[in-house]
Design a protein around this ligand. Structure first.
Ligand code: BMA
Length: 336
């Protein structure tokens, strides 16, 4: 396994807000951890979809081995995308829903994308027979969802481009080929579809070996942003160090999650134009390194370009809360 870099830094063009934008105590229903949120602007406000794990707390987890009893996806709305979040009274998705498909265990890590005025969620779905990457149609008021596509296992971290490219829908995804490459050597792939249901013409986009600070796996994060130079695209990158022991609630957590940046060709997004060779965002605030469930994890699921040129990046910190980082789009492009 390649060497582990002892310290990784967030690039200075990134500004992190020190306080989370959403934390567990903010929710109107049971919540232990709220994280990995996708955000878009919709009908004049910011709409967030987030992952919510519930049913335990740190003390019960550590002393009684009490695990989470459920996972859900919730919705919140805000006028400025920073504070004043108003939560829908019930989760959109709940793994304890009695009416759910018995095959399905949970849906999580939502990304929300608007394409041609319609809303879609990309989700990971754990089933009794493996992890499936899902695409769901979302009602305009975000109170109903309907799964329209689910991959064969094992696939996760799916995200749609926000428009058709060459007349086709396009998604980034992260299959998990455990037999061919040993454990956790996973990469970013791309597939195309005429109708969001049938997916094919798949191509490798970025291999884990192309990311110098990742010795474990990489995967897509938020929907790419269209710029004149190409699709500005984040990815998550993981390095593993077996010498890391207790860090967070679990007896042993050996991984660190960071975010990297790349530029994909506008017309052929399977073509990587440039990859920034260092992390863009690394865990370094106390909430990211010392205070959460799984520390040393930052996991973006949302990225927005404002008219001012500000890019807002929403990310889960330590699988515990939702945080916000900002940067100027020209500074990001300057890295590529
Ligand atoms: C991934 C997903 C994410 C999570 C990350 C770190 O595999 O499950 O939801 O943030 O691990 O625990």
């Amino acid at each position: 396994m390649p060497a582990v870099f002892p310290t990784l830094y967030t690039h200075p063009c990134i500004t992190k807000r020190e306080a989370p934008v959403v934390a567990a105590a903010d929710l109107p229903y049971p919540c232990s951890l709220v994280f990995n949120a996708g955000v878009i602007k919709h009908r004049g406000e910011y709409v967030m979809v987030f992952r919510n794990d519930y049913g335990t707390d740190r003390r019960a987890y550590e002393t009684e081995n009490k695990r989470f009893s459920g996972t859900g996806v919730g919705v919140a709305r805000s006028k400025n995308g920073i504070d004043g979040w108003r939560f829908d009274p019930v989760p959109l998705i709940d793994s304890n829903d009695p009416g759910k498909d018995p095959e399905m265990r949970r849906l999580y890590d939502p990304r929300i994308i608007a394409i041609e005025g319609r809303l879609y969620l990309c989700l990971a779905m754990d089933t009794r027979h493996g992890i499936r990457g899902c695409i769901a149609e979302l009602s305009d008021d975000l109170t109903q969802y309907r799964i329209i596509s689910a991959s064969v296992p094992e696939n996760r971290n799916m995200v749609l481009f926000p428009e058709k490219i060459g007349g086709e829908f396009v998604r980034l995804e992260r299959p998990m080929p455990v037999y061919s490459r040993g454990r956790d050597r996973f990469d970013v792939w791309l597939s195309r579809s005429p109708d969001l249901q049938y997916w094919g013409r798949s191509e490798l986009v970025l291999g884990v070996e192309d990311v110098p600070w990742a010795n474990d796996k990489i995967g897509p994060t938020a929907a790419p942003i269209k710029t004149d130079r190409g699709w500005l695209t984040l990815f998550h990158a993981v390095d593993r160090d077996e010498n890391r022991t207790k860090n967070g609630w679990e007896p042993k957590w050996t991984k660190r999650y960071t975010a990297g940046l790349m530029l994909l060709d506008l017309n052929d997004p399977a073509k990587v134009l440039s990859v920034y060779k260092e992390p863009l965002i690394a865990p370094d605030l106390p909430i990211e390194t010392d205070e959460g469930f799984r520390e040393n994890v930052i996991f973006p699921c949302g990225m927005l370009l404002e008219e001012t040129g500000e890019v807002k990046i929403y990310y889960g910190a330590s699988d515990t809360c939702v945080c916000l980082a900002t940067a100027d789009v020209n500074d990001l492009l300057g890295l590529l």
